[in-house]
Each structure stands twice: as structure tokens, then as C-alpha cells.
Design a protein around this ligand. Structure first.
Ligand SMILES: *[C@@H]1O[C@H](CO)[C@@H](O)[C@H](O)[C@H]1NC(C)=O
Ligand SMILES: *[C@@H]1O[C@H](CO)[C@@H](O)[C@H](O)[C@H]1NC(C)=O
Ligand SMILES: *[C@@H]1O[C@H](CO)[C@@H](O)[C@H](O)[C@H]1NC(C)=O
Ligand SMILES: *[C@@H]1O[C@H](CO)[C@@H](O)[C@H](O)[C@H]1NC(C)=O
Ligand SMILES: *[C@@H]1O[C@H](CO)[C@@H](O)[C@H](O)[C@H]1NC(C)=O
Ligand SMILES: *[C@@H]1O[C@H](CO)[C@@H](O)[C@H](O)[C@H]1NC(C)=O
Ligand SMILES: *[C@@H]1O[C@H](CO)[C@@H](O)[C@H](O)[C@H]1NC(C)=O
Ligand SMILES: *[C@@H]1O[C@H](CO)[C@@H](O)[C@H](O)[C@H]1NC(C)=O
Ligand SMILES: *[C@@H]1O[C@H](CO)[C@@H](O)[C@H](O)[C@H]1NC(C)=O
Length: 782
């Protein structure tokens, strides 16, 4: 009964509006619309939705909008949203051959990809603008190509995406996307990121639902629905119940310009009043969105909205597009230059956090102590203080945002304005470098600072395995987590491995055996080191405790060690799924593209941690697929880090020695140049190309031009034939090209040209643009 009367009321109101504004509901061929015509739009029967020109900026765009409440309009669809706006004398024509054309003085642009053949069009009350063929069949509809909005009855099918608008008033494609993944997960990503939920901003954690799931909006709210039509996951519940006087409720789900997916309800009352309510998620604000603000900028929120701001000493890369981030407006000497009594200051921002791990942590200090620690440390560019812990950081700061628990304070170092640079970055900007490229330049400068610190030191000491911990003596900074590997006796390990019975592998540093601790409960890998430096047990233990303190999910954990007489052994967690080499180079075990991308990101994360997030950068020196192990969850972990320092010089030479071909070893090893973290970046680049192509860097049996992988990849890239590299499977073209570009940057001959691992991570995450790699010098070298 109730439903019946509802229906009547609804029908009546339709009727009232319809009679009040007589108009044609079916748009016939040769109909014309202009921004100034009367009526200026084609309306739906209820009058609530309209199709036509709407004003934006200094011109007009074509789209569908919802009118109300009040005089507000809500654009729900935009045609060719990234095309330039049109002037007031443009017109829309449903041509006699059944195409909808946007005609301006310059050219005619088709609105839909419907082609020819429509016999009429109609703006429906659902908000769907449709084209009919002569048999009244719908041949094209706006519901099939959503922009940033879903309406009731519309669905986002498997693989489909919504793209946010650039701002509340500019409906061009913006910075975020919502993807209905084929694994059943619904994820919001920054626009340039690959489809890996770890890189996303928000997800429904429904990746176990399996394929053929779509997102649907109906009057019960937003749900994930399977191919049989069953609701498998509800995003919303408890929607505002209709008011007694409510005639119509219209729901609208939109991925807003700041990366939040929201559901609104519009209540239209009988007596003409109306209201809009945010139904879901209600509590989430823009400043909590990871990536709302660009590098080095922080998010400011008040009642009217969120805004990105630069800290003191920093300027916007682009004052018009504040989301792009900020850069220093002073030149910092870092640790490279002579410190010419230049003064630094610290500015603080309460209740904010950022993404990356610190390179050094000080415990048991206060905010003042944290400020001073940063001011006195030439590496420190920012610090985060919380609960008497001070975390020192290098730029750039990523995902700097408001923190929910109010105790974190961000401290930013900046220089005295009187010597602020008028050259440098601002000048390059005048030359027309895009802000994206500048971010990379800044990032590269940041990393070359690290490089200079390390290489300066190495030049001094000539060889990497000699270098001592730089900061240790100057401060009591404790890196990462306190964790001391357990000392074992040789007898214990002999027993654990059953007399070194089962050999797992042989590497540059020694032989690895399978073992079990705790009476056979915990599986471990025991490595017997060969050719360790003949230094005291103390020295060895010191290095071991440094390695033991590094703790990251993409590094193989060192559990214990043995230094007894001549014996030097290390006990690692056991990796049940072998090495990346086993996985990659065998036909049967070859992981699919998505998993390969995940593995690449895992490895990059692990190396980044070694390079930047520990007090003293650890140069691995031997990154290769054999040293990357897979745990039970198929997560990639790096092993053997920190060992290069323990080895006798001649030993190190052996394992880095060239074996007739370019291997994983960076060219600077052979040129007697200082070796920096960039040597690992080179090795990572080679490994990345191997991951992409699932083959070894050198394959003697391959065709002549394919023998050396990096040359072949470069040739294919240059010829625009990347699909040749992965003929064995169907791979997403865009991510393939991006992976290859990152790989080619990493293997540049000149260490300074290679990106830092942080930049590599930013390229993977889409925070940094990936420029086309230069025609490499490596093509000229042997
Ligand atoms: C809208 O945003 C796009 C993308 O950010 C930009 O290129 C365009 O100039 C903007 N248009 C207006 C009218 O502001
Ligand atoms: C809506 O627009 C009309 C005509 O422009 C105006 O008369 C009316 O006051 C407006 N109503 C509101 C609530 O702004
Ligand atoms: C509009 O045209 C469609 C298809 O030709 C038809 O089904 C519908 O009834 C028409 N509507 C009106 C109001 O004439
Ligand atoms: C989701 O909501 C629908 C409609 O309200 C309900 O029938 C269904 O049981 C719900 N499903 C889940 C998984 O909660
Ligand atoms: C119903 O809507 C009217 C007008 O929007 C509002 O004044 C009234 O409080 C609402 N009643 C309920 C029960 O929400
Ligand atoms: C519509 O009715 C609601 C209560 O049901 C009232 O609060 C509101 O003022 C009315 N609006 C108009 C324009 O009469
Ligand atoms: C809120 O922030 C915006 C943008 O920064 C600013 O224009 C506005 O004046 C602020 N409003 C209040 C109440 O502070
Ligand atoms: C830097 O400061 C120190 C001590 O304050 C002073 O002795 C030295 O002359 C200064 N150097 C320069 C270049 O001003
Ligand atoms: C910057 O340094 C100059 C010269 O040393 C000094 O006069 C000035 O007060 C300083 N500026 C600030 C903001 O402290």
C-alpha cells in the first residue's frame, strides 16, 4: 500500500513538472542546442537531469548534470572532458546521419563514439543520456562510459575505472582513479600508479572475491555484485531514511577531486524544498588522503576544505597548481660543502606525518633535542618528533598529511632567507622544465648528496669494505629497531644442520645449509662464510649487530651468528620458495605480469631501505636474482646484504670480477672509480630487465641481437617494439613501457644519471614522472 502511494506521489510530481515545462523528451534528428538557446539543455521528463552546455571557467563544456537542491547543479558526466572548452557560439547538432556533433568555428567534434545510425536520443530520468537506433534499441549511453560519477542503475564493470575531476569546478581528468579490479578488489589509486593495492590510497580488501565482480549503485547503496547478481560485499549501510514528505531520493556516488569516493543522497520534497546529504563515508577528510598534496608540501584543513601549503623556506613548484608540491628556495650545503657559518632554522608543524622511514632514530629526547639534533646533522633535512622519539629524514617528503593521533610534530630545516638562491631551480623553471622533471631533478640532487657523502668517504679510504660507520662516533643515533642476533656455538649449528648435510646453495660468500632450531621446529638457513677478513671476533660481531639491526619485510632476517675460532657462520630465516632466479628462469614457475611487478617493487623497497632508511647506507654490492629469496607468501626478500664489508679485499674482487660479459656489476667497479649506492641501482636495473623478460641477462643460445638483454631491450624500446620482449604472455602495455624505462634509467653508465632508489620507488608509485631514458652511453662501452 505504502509503495503504491509513493509511486502515485512520484508519478504526480513527474506529471506536474512535465506539464509545467512542456518539452520534447525524444530528441529528433537535426535538433540543435547552443549555450544561449532557450531552453539551454535537453531535460529529462522529471526535469532533474539535463544534457547540454554548462559553464566552466571562461567557456562551456558539454555534459549531464543534476539540478538541485537550491539552484546548485552537480555535473555527473562530461563529454570529451579533456578537450578545450568551447566558446558561447558553439552548438550541438544531432545530425541527419545520426551523430551528435559539437560544432565550433574551428571544427566539428563527435560527442560519442556511437558513429552514425542513431535515429533519436533521450535524456532519461535516471540520468542516462541514450541514443536509439530506428528499432528503439539503445545503441550508446553515457552510463557505459562514466567519468567520475555513478548513478542508480549504473555499474562499474570488471576492469572499469572512474577518474576524479581536476577540482570541484574543473571536470577535466584529475589526479585519482577508482578501479574495479578483476580480482574483486575495489581500489583508489593516484592516477599514474600501477594496479597494486600496496600503492593505493584505499581499498575494500575484497581481493578474495574472485573475478567477474562489478560495483553497483542502487537504492540500497553501493555494493559489489557477482555475475549471478548476488551482493557479495556492501560498502554502505544505514542510508538516511526518506522523510515523510520526500517525493524522490536520488543517489550519486562520485570519486571526488581529492581522492575520496563518496555517496550523496538528494532528497526532493513534495512542496519543492530539497536537501543533499553525504551518506558515506562521512568521516574521511582530504588531508588524510595519501597523495592529496605533492612532494614537500603539507595539507591544511579547515571547515571549508583542504589546501596544500609549503613549509617555510619552500616555494610551490607551480603556484597555480598547488598539488604539484614544493621545492627549497635556499641552497643547502648538506655535508658536501665547507660549512661557511650559514644559519639554519627549524619550522614546526603539529599533528602531521609523512610516509618514508627515517635514516636515523633518536630515542628518549624531547622536541628541543630533536630540533638540535637535526640542526647539527648535515644530512638531516627534516625530522618527525613523537613520544620522545626523533626520526631524522632526508627530502623529498612524500605523502605529508594530517595524522589522526595528535602527538606527532614535523620539524623542517630551512636556510636563512638572505642568501636564498635567485638562480638554481627558479631559473631552470624559466627555461621551461616541467614541474615533474624538476621533482626528479630535486630527487636526484637529494640522492647525489647521499652519493657524495658516501663516495667522498670512499675516495678517502679507497675501498668500500674498509669503510667504518660514519655517524656512530658523533651521536648516539640508533637505527631502526633494536635487535641483536643470537650468538651460537659451532656445535649448536653443526647439530642444527645435522652436520652440514643438506646444501641449499653456494654463493659468493660461502655455502648455505638447511637447518632447524628449537628441536626441529623453526627452519633456518645457515651460511658458512669463506674468506672472511682475519679480524677479531669483536669486529665481526659489530658488523653482525649492524646487519641484525636492519629489519624490513623485504630483507631476509638475520637471526644469529657464530664466531668461534676460525668459524664464521650466519643463521638466517628460512625462505621456503627458493630464489628469484629459480622462479624467473624456469618455464613452469614463471610468475605472471602482476606478480612480477610486485616482486620488482618489493626488491626496490628492500634496497631503498638499505640505502636510505638506515643510519649508515648499506651498499649491497651483489644484487642479483640468486640473492633475492621468496618467502612462503611469495614476497621477495633480499639476502646477503652487509656482507661485502666482512670479506677480504681479494675475495670481494673475485665476486665482482668481470667474467667476459656485462653482469650485474656496475661499470664503475672496473674503472677504479668510487663505488656508491648507485652501483646497487645498476644491478637492480639489470635484475628489473630480467624480471620483465623472464630471462637471464646473457643468453648465449639466443639470436645474435638478443644475446645481451640490456642491448636487446634498448633496441626494442627504441624501435617501439616492446611487445617483442614478452611474446609469451599478454602484458599491460603502459606498465611494460614504464618498467622498461625505469630499467634503462637504472643501467646508465654514469652513476649520477641513475636515479636513486627513492626516485625509482616514486616512479613505480607514479609520484615521479618517468622521462624517456637517454640514448645510453652503455651502448658505446664494451
Ligand atoms: C582544468 O584542469 C586541467 C587539468 O588539470 C587543466 O589543464 C585545465 O587548464 C583546467 N581548466 C581550467 C578552465 O581551469
Ligand atoms: C534560483 O535562481 C533564481 C533565478 O536565477 C532566483 O530567482 C532564486 O532566488 C534562486 N534561488 C536560490 C535558492 O538561490
Ligand atoms: C522515445 O523513443 C524511444 C525509442 O524510440 C521510445 O521507446 C520512447 O517511448 C520514446 N519516448 C517518448 C516520450 O516518446
Ligand atoms: C547487502 O545489502 C543487501 C540489500 O540491503 C542485502 O540483501 C545483502 O544481504 C547484503 N549483503 C551483505 C554481504 O551484507
Ligand atoms: C523532513 O524534511 C524537511 C524539509 O527538508 C525537514 O524540515 C524535516 O525536519 C524532515 N523530517 C525528518 C523527520 O527528517
Ligand atoms: C516543505 O515542508 C517542510 C516540512 O515538511 C518545511 O520545513 C519546508 O519549509 C517546506 N518548504 C516549502 C518551500 O514550503
Ligand atoms: C579555509 O581555507 C581556505 C583555503 O586555504 C581559505 O580560503 C579559507 O579562508 C579558510 N577558511 C577559514 C574559515 O579559515
Ligand atoms: C664562522 O664562525 C666561527 C666561530 O663563530 C668564526 O671563528 C669563523 O671566522 C666564521 N667563519 C666565517 C667564514 O665567517
Ligand atoms: C640572515 O643572516 C643575516 C646575516 O647573517 C642576518 O642579518 C639576518 O638577520 C638573518 N635572517 C634571519 C631571518 O634570521
Amino acid at each position: 500500500m505504502a509503495t503504491m502511494s509513493w509511486f502515485l506521489v512520484f508519478f504526480l510530481s513527474l506529471f506536474l513538472i512535465a506539464t509545467a515545462q512542456p518539452q520534447q523528451f525524444n530528441i529528433s534528428l537535426n535538433s540543435v542546442l547552443t549555450p544561449t538557446s532557450n531552453p539551454p539543455s535537453w531535460r529529462s521528463p522529471s526535469g532533474r537531469y539535463a544534457f547540454g552546455f554548462y559553464p566552466q571557467g571562461n567557456g562551456f563544456a558539454v555534459g549531464v548534470w543534476l539540478a538541485g537542491p537550491s539552484n546548485r547543479t552537480f555535473v555527473v558526466w562530461t563529454a570529451n572532458r579533456d578537450d578545450p572548452l568551447v566558446p558561447a557560439d558553439a552548438q550541438l547538432l544531432l545530425s541527419s546521419n545520426g551523430r551528435l556533433l559539437l560544432q565550433s568555428r574551428v571544427q566539428d567534434t563527435p560527442i560519442s563514439d556511437v558513429g552514425v545510425g542513431a535515429s533519436s536520443a533521450s535524456m532519461l530520468d535516471s540520468g542516462n543520456f541514450v541514443f536509439y537506433d530506428p528499432f528503439s534499441k539503445i545503441i550508446w549511453q553515457t552510463f557505459d562510459s562514466p567519468t567520475d560519477t555513478l548513478l542508480v542503475g549504473q555499474r562499474l564493470s570488471t576492469g572499469g575505472e572512474l577518474f576524479s575531476s581536476a577540482s570541484e569546478t574543473n571536470h577535466s581528468t584529475g589526479r585519482f582513479r577508482l578501479k574495479m579490479q578483476s580480482d574483486g578488489n575495489l581500489v583508489i589509486y593516484p592516477i599514474n600508479t600501477w594496479d597494486m593495492p600496496e600503492l593505493g590510497i584505499w581499498n575494500t580488501a575484497t581481493n578474495t572475491l574472485g573475478n567477474d565482480i562489478h560495483l553497483s549503485l542502487n537504492n540500497d547503496g553501493l555494493s559489489l555484485v557477482n555475475s549471478l547478481g548476488s551482493y557479495v560485499h556492501n560498502l554502505t549501510e544505514g542510508l538516511t531514511p526518506p522523510n515523510k514528505t520526500t517525493a524522490v531520493i536520488i543517489y550519486r556516488a562520485v570519486l571526488d577531486f581529492g581522492g575520496i569516493f563518496r555517496l550523496y543522497s538528494h532528497h526532493f520534497e513534495n512542496n519543492g524544498s530539497s536537501s543533499m546529504t553525504e551518506e558515506w563515508p562521512k568521516t574521511f577528510v582530504h588531508c588524510e588522503v595519501k597523495g592529496f598534496c605533492g612532494l614537500n608540501s603539507y595539507c591544511f584543513q579547515n571547515d571549508t576544505g583542504a589546501d596544500c601549503r609549503c613549509p617555510r623556506g619552500f616555494d610551490f613548484l607551480d603556484p597555480v597548481q598547488k598539488f604539484q608540491g614544493c621545492m627549497k628556495n635556499f641552497i643547502e650545503e648538506g655535508c658536501a660543502g665547507k660549512r661557511e657559518n650559514k644559519t639554519y632554522y627549524i619550522d614546526s608543524m603539529k599533528n602531521t606525518v609523512w610516509e618514508d622511514d627515517p635514516y636515523s632514530i633518536l630515542f628518549g629526547t624531547n622536541e628541543q633535542g630533536c630540533r638540535e639534533a637535526c640542526l647539527q646533522d648535515c644530512n638531516c633535512e627534516a625530522a618527525s618528533f613523537k613520544d620522545s622519539v626523533c626520526r631524522k629524514q632526508k627530502l623529498p617528503l612524500r605523502y605529508w598529511r594530517r595524522s589522526l593521533d595528535g602527538s606527532a610534530t614535523s620539524l623542517i630545516k630551512f636556510g636563512n632567507g638572505t642568501w636564498a638562491s635567485t638562480e638554481g631551480f627558479s631559473k631552470t623553471s624559466e627555461k621551461g622544465l616541467s614541474p615533474r622533471i624538476m621533482i626528479i631533478i630535486i630527487a636526484l640532487m637529494g640522492c647525489s648528496c647521499v652519493g657524495i657523502v658516501v663516495s667522498g668517504f670512499l675516495i678517502h679510504r679507497h675501498r668500500i669494505w674498509r669503510y667504518r660507520r660514519i655517524i656512530e662516533t658523533t651521536e648516539k643515533g640508533l637505527t631502526c629497531e633494536e635487535f641483536t642476533p643470537k650468538p651460537f656455538t659451532f656445535g649448536e649449528l653443526e647439530k642444527a644442520t645435522d652436520g652440514f648435510k643438506e646444501e641449499l646453495g653456494k654463493g659468493a660468500f660461502g655455502t648455505v645449509y638447511k637447518g632447524a632450531l628449537l628441536d626441529g621446529v623453526r627452519m633456518v638457513a645457515v651460511k658458512r662464510l669463506d674468506g672472511v677478513k682475519e679480524e677479531g671476533e669483536k669486529e665481526f660481531q659489530r658488523e653482525i649487530s649492524a646487519i641484525g639491526r636492519t629489519h624490513h619485510r623485504n630483507l631476509v632476517r638475520l637471526l644469529g651468528f657464530c664466531a668461534e675460532g676460525p668459524h664464521r657462520l650466519l643463521v638466517y630465516e628460512y625462505m621456503s620458495n627458493g630464489s628469484l632466479a629459480d622462479l624467473l628462469f624456469r618455464h613452469e614457475t614463471r610468475p605472471d605480469w602482476k606478480n612480477r611487478m610486485r616482486i620488482a617493487v618489493d626488491i626496490a623497497r628492500g634496497i631503498l631501505y638499505l640505502h636510505e632508511d638506515c643510519e649508515t647506507p648499506i651498499i649491497h654490492c651483489d644484487i642479483k636474482p640468486q640473492n633475492i629469496l621468496m618467502d612462503e607468501f611469495h614476497r621477495a626478500k633480499i639476502s646477503d646484504f652487509g656482507l661485502a664489508k666482512l670479506m677480504k679485499p681479494d675475495q670481494t674482487k673475485t665476486f665482482t670480477g668481470i667474467r667476459g660479459t656485462r653482469g650485474y656489476v656496475a661499470p664503475e667497479w672496473h674503472k677504479n672509480m668510487p663505488v656508491t649506492v648507485k652501483a646497487d641501482v645498476y644491478s637492480f636495473g639489470i635484475v628489473l630487465l630480467e624480471i620483465i623478460c623472464c630471462r637471464r641477462n646473457v643468453e648465449i643460445e639466443a639470436e645474435e641481437e638478443e644475446k645481451i638483454l640490456c642491448y636487446w631491450v634498448y633496441d626494442c624500446f627504441h624501435a617501439g617494439e616492446l611487445e617483442k620482449l614478452v611474446t609469451f604472455e599478454d602484458v599491460d602495455k603502459k606498465s611494460l613501457e614504464e618498467m622498461v624505462k625505469v630499467g634503462l634509467w637504472c643501467i646508465q653508465d654514469k652513476p649520477s644519471l641513475r636515479p636513486s632508489m627513492k626516485t625509482v620507488m616514486m616512479m613505480f608509485e607514479g609520484t615521479a614522472n618517468i622521462p624517456t631514458p637517454p640514448l645510453s652511453s652503455f651502448l658505446n662501452s664494451p
